[in-house]
Design a protein around this ligand. Sequence first.
Ligand code: GDP
Ligand code: MG
Length: 371
Amino acid sequence: GETITVKSLAEKMRISAGEVIKKLMELGTLATINQEIDSDTATIVANEMGFEVQVKIELDKEAQLMMQEPEDDASNLKSRPPVVTIMGHVDHGKTSLLDAIRHANVTASEAGGITQHIGAYQVEHKGKKITFVDTPGHAAFTAMRARGAKVTDIAILVIAADDGVMPQTVEAINHARAAEVPIIVAVNKIDKPDADPEKVKRELTEYNLIPEEWGGDTIFVEVSAKERQNLTDLLEMILLVAEIGEYKANPSRTARGTVIEAELDKGRGPVATVLVQNGTLRVGDFIIAGVAYGKVRAMMDYTGRRVNKAGPSMPVEVLGFSAVPPAGELFYTVEDEKFGKQIIDERANKKREEELKLSAPKVSLDDLFNQ
Ligand code: GDP
Ligand code: MG
């Protein structure tokens, strides 16, 4: 907490330090003139002397940043596309499903830009956009949640119809429940001869995911990522769930969101795929994420096309970061560049302190005496 020396407390009250020391003694505290006393004790002394005290707390920049985060007025909120993640056991077809949806929903002119893997993309179905985010794995999902990053609105639980519920299926269910997001079950690989979607449904009842036809309220869609079967049904169901969720954000404010993935590109420097979750990100904005910062030099949508701005739920590639920000880190844009750099300095210092603490040898009294 805050402290003050006896001397400066006396000076502020325009009385002698001796009087303060005497008062402290009456209160049971022995103090010298240069001693630091805590704000609670200083307040009691000052009150006793007939002064009112206001303790000024120096907020660190991080806290100031949080305080600058505006509350969104309901009138500024506009509906935004749902953000969907695909989760499930390894090899059940998460990547295949993401790719199948993406390829089934791009126009020929866009197709050139989407050959390489990207962490997030959007599709349009019946004039409505849906954002898909490829979570880099369940561990990263947990880390994101620990940082307070809530990226996804809807979880698609992929289960291979020839394999059924597996350990990471259960993990995914738990993650989605902890994040309080609705689950849509995609029973995948129904093209396989040994596919048994009914068995998957039976197994899932144990986890309280009960299909509508059995009196429950969980949406099941049977798909084949390989044969691109029933993908439209899946999109329909996502839009249905999104309608209930009424996801909203305020496009007319400074942007914030989450870094989905980032890497150092030889030619372009640090490149980060970010998901804008609130506000609008613009070229020229000063952006911070972890201890990385920069001015947004250029932005590309998931097809590689340059864009000048990105609104809520839009994933974009951002160029201009000073360093590679870690995936899962929250990003903010700040209007005052100097303030932004102060936050980064403060974070970097804290990080160094933590590292020092970790590397300092721990010596106990026992160690000292038993050498
Ligand atoms: P992930 O680990 O969950 O991302 O799974 P992948 O998308 O990498 O798929 C694992 C394997 O299953 C790959 O060999 C895919 O080709 C195959 N696969 C994925 N979806 C289907 C499907 O619908 N039908 C069939 N027959 N194979 C599939
Ligand atoms: Mg995969």
